[in-house]
Design a protein around this ligand. Structure first.
Ligand SMILES: [Zn+2]
Length: 274
């Protein structure tokens, strides 16, 4: 910002204790605090509860998920979700809230009306800042992208939300254009993803085959362990999410494979607008 002349608003005086005090012009008033600032400052679970229900509504959030989670970790979850919505603005409003699950670490599941998705947390894992959140399996180097953290788990799940978003939009488009005749296409849509064509775009830009490219993202992207992923989904379902987690955690230092996958995914999502 350069210097230059400052044009001041008309001075306004207010009487305080018998004295006239100059009021700060409106434009110089501190900006209203952002959701993330308020989350950062919250001291209790009740304060966080008020903030998240203010954002998602009480239907979207389970109070038990919050009450059973570690407060600081829960704050990191909602903050990361908010940041990701800012980074990928077409996703604004798509994630409808935060709920509980009992297996794995976290997931991103479609809402019953397929109008959006819920982030689900396994509250026994999110009850404490435990090692499982920092690396799902510390003995397997490279199984997840480097610098895995609770935040990158949320970024991974957000990657699934973007895939759900594309799937839903594709389905709506197919219904409009009448391509829905193919039963298999419906099946794939219901399984969560139809992204072969998007992956192929990334592979062309990388000049690689799928197995090599997925291996460059992470071990989990290349061969997802059936313990952790839904075997009904297509193989690249985890690859795109691992790529998004890599880009979230490492920015420009993410692998070129991850960057190419995320770029292709975002280009596809942006076709459908906001
Ligand atoms: Zn996943």
């Amino acid at each position: 910002m350069g210097g230059g002349r400052t044009v001041e608003g008309a001075a306004i005086y207010r009487r305080v204790n018998g004295q006239y005090v100059r009021q700060v012009p409106y434009k110089n008033q501190p900006k209203e605090k952002s959701f993330r600032d308020k989350v950062k400052e919250a001291k209790t679970k009740n304060e966080i509860w008020a903030l998240v229900t203010g954002k998602y509504g009480t239907k979207g959030v389970m109070r038990s998920t919050l009450m059973k989670s570690d407060l600081e970790l829960y704050k990191r979850v909602v903050t990361t979700l908010d940041e990701l919505e800012e980074q990928y603005p077409f996703m604004k409003g798509f994630v409808k809230g935060i709920r509980s699950r009992v297996t794995a670490v976290a997931s991103m599941d479609l809402t019953d009306d397929s109008d959006g998705a819920y982030l689900k947390l396994n509250t026994s894992v999110w009850a404490a800042d435990n090692a499982r959140l920092h690396s799902m399996d510390p003995n397997e180097r490279g199984y997840h992208p480097p610098h895995t953290s609770p935040e990158s788990i949320i970024a991974h799940e957000f990657g699934h939300a973007i895939q759900h978003y594309i799937t839903i939009r594709k389905k709506a488009e197919a219904e409009r254009t009448g391509i829905m005749a193919e039963y298999e296409f419906w099946q794939k849509l219901q399984a969560g993803t139809v992204l072969d064509d998007v992956e192929n775009k990334a592979l062309r830009s990388l000049d690689m085959d799928a197995n090599t490219a997925r291996g460059g993202i992470s071990g989990y992207a290349q061969s997802p362990d059936d313990k952790y992923h839904d075997t009904n989904t297509s193989p690249q379902y985890e690859s795109f999410s691992e790529a998004l987690a890599d880009v979230y955690a490492n920015g420009n230092n993410a692998s070129r494979e991850s960057k190419a996958y995320v770029q292709a995914l975002i280009a596809e999502a942006e076709r459908y607008g906001g």
